[in-house]
Design a protein around this ligand. Structure first.
Ligand code: MRU
Length: 350
């Protein structure tokens, strides 16, 4: 498979289809969701994950809700769409792309048509549009981000902000892919990303498929790699960027940013405008998802800690804006002070 053409989510025979990210890297299996509840479960269990990817999936979930509805009036159909939005939004609280996408779909429904069948088609068209826009934005992030990678080309990344986390191509991996396709020397240090291992399972798989040289490291090796001069820059994705430029991303991102500052290594965040939430002033207001401690005490379903031990599992952390060198968006590179640049981003969510 050519992962430049990797499809994370797609619509097929009135099903929302996903590549099952829990089965990678060992198996490539398609999940077919026939109901909104099945889409919600796929988001909750992280069969699909990554902020833009769950936004695209939720958009198709809304189209599916409309398609499955037997409502004969637009008013009744919209009422069901409100319920579908509430169900989908409740699955994961931190990645704002989820609520952004369901809100955009609902607004499309409200402003669209007074004929239910036409409305169903318009919603499917809108979900396709969200998917295609995301793919275009990822490619633009690649174009803007590639020149930021220093000449020696040693990049460190965390979690998976690649094609699997988006409609395709990725956010943090986009500058890496673009630089690689330009023939530049690129090598990626991939944090394994405990506890869910998105780096080891997904990023390492994507980079291998793309033929991009990499070294997988455990998260606690990152500082040592930096101290040895093995890291020229860090690029991560984001689940939510708020008005002052604070960034929520996978747990462990904040530690990397602190290490980067100490070692004077540029720390970049790559994300499209659908990840920006200007309604929140600062990062302390971002809801942080708490996941099951079982994901900490177990690896691959196997208990690795004493039975009944208490474990914590905040799934995200917040990196304060003063640790961030620049934010790479599809509209250009934003540098501090971030509030001005973020407010200038053209928002298309109505
Ligand atoms: O819990 P996950 O795997 O959904 O978390 C994903 C991340 O934190 C990514 O870095 C982020 O969503 C950016 S994806 C382009």
């Amino acid at each position: 498979m050519n992962t430049n053409e990797l499809r994370t989510v797609w619509w097929e025979n009135a099903n929302v289809c996903l590549i099952d990210q829990l089965r990678l890297p060992h198996e490539q299996v398609t999940v077919r969701c026939q109901t909104v509840d099945e889409v919600a479960r796929a988001i909750k269990t992280m069969q699909v994950r990554g902020a833009p990817a769950i936004g695209c999936t939720a958009a198709y979930g809304m189209a599916l809700a409309a398609r499955n509805s037997v409502a004969t009036t637009v008013e009744a159909l919209i009422e069901e769409l409100y319920q579908a939005k509430a169900t989908l939004d409740a699955q994961r609280p931190t990645a704002v792309n989820l609520m952004w996408a369901t809100k955009r779909m609902l607004q499309k429904a409200i402003t669209s048509s007074n004929e239910p069948e036409l409305l169903r088609q318009r919603l499917l068209d809108e979900a396709h549009a969200i998917l295609h826009e995301d793919l275009d934005m990822c490619h633009a992030i690649g174009e803007y981000g590639a020149p930021l990678i220093p000449e020696r080309g040693n990049v460190l990344t965390h979690c998976n902000a690649g094609g699997l986390a988006t409609a395709g191509y990725g956010t943090a991996l986009a500058p890496i892919r673009t630089a690689h396709s330009q023939g530049r020397t690129i090598h990626v240090h991939v944090d394994e990303t405990r506890p869910f291992l998105q780096g080891a399972r997904l990023t390492a798989w994507e980079l291998r498929e793309a033929g991009i040289p990499q070294t997988l490291i455990t998260d606690n090796m990152a500082g040592f790699m930096m101290s040895r001069g093995n890291v020229d820059c860090i690029i991560v994705g984001a689940d939510r960027i708020v008005a002052n430029g604070d960034v929520a991303n996978k747990i462990g991102t904040y530690s990397l940013a602190v290490l980067a500052q100490y070692h004077k290594i540029p720390f970049y965040v790559a994300a499209p405008f659908s990840t920006v939430d200007l309604s929140l002033a600062s990062g302390d207001l971002i809801p942080i998802e708490e996941r099951s401690p079982d994901e900490v005490t177990h690896i691959g379903g196997r208990l690795v800690a004493p039975e009944h031990v208490v474990a914590a599992h905040p799934a995200f952390d917040v990196t304060p804006n003063d640790l961030i060198t620049a934010i790479i968006t599809e509209q250009g590179v934003i540098r501090p002070p971030f509030d001005q640049g973020l407010f200038g981003l053209g928002r298309r969510d109505g």
